[in-house]
Ligand binder design. Sequence first.
Ligand SMILES: [Zn+2]
Length: 221
Amino acid sequence: MLAARLVGTLEASVAHFLVSTDQNLGHLETQLQHDLQALLRETLRRAAQAKADATPPRCPVCGQPLSRCSSGHARTFQTRFGDITLERTRGYCQRCRQWRIPADAALGLDDTTGYSPTEPTAEEVAKEIAYLREPQARMDYRAGRRAGEPLGSGAVEATCRQAQCRFKRPGQFWSTAGDEALLCLETFWHNDRWSLFFPTRPSTLQEIEMRPQGAKGRMKA
Ligand SMILES: [Zn+2]
């Protein structure tokens, strides 16, 4: 009967598409997807409700029959096919001294806050979104390439490694002030800007210029 309903819905969408001058194939694809989704959601809801109704009013933890049972406790769940709302029976387990909803346990909805068991939790989704959003401003690779900027992180990683080799030697400990001062000196040294610190020492500058090529860019202890 549901299959017949789906065929009817799909055929109606196709008929509407054929007589509409403002609908292209993309519109029809979206509509058919929507029709199918609605039917899948309804199938899922009916099946879940039937299973909830057939679940005996026993405590899912200890098996004790529940007392003070009342039906019609609605709860909406997000599923792969959209939101569905179920009505469940709630009862009190005198052995556990807890209110229980056996249908939630039978459907695997116990510990999922508003989601079906296949859906990722809201926290997981939020984490992934933040992971993608946070560096978004730095991810305009097209603009970077146009400006002639390096796109890879290799240069920065290599520089970090180089600095670490200099400052994380066995037995070394640094205060923030000392570490920053020496890092600054090291950076000036490697960029051949030593003269900015020591303008009155030309002989040393000359030595820097006369360093053999192989020694250039290597860290000095
Ligand atoms: Zn119990």
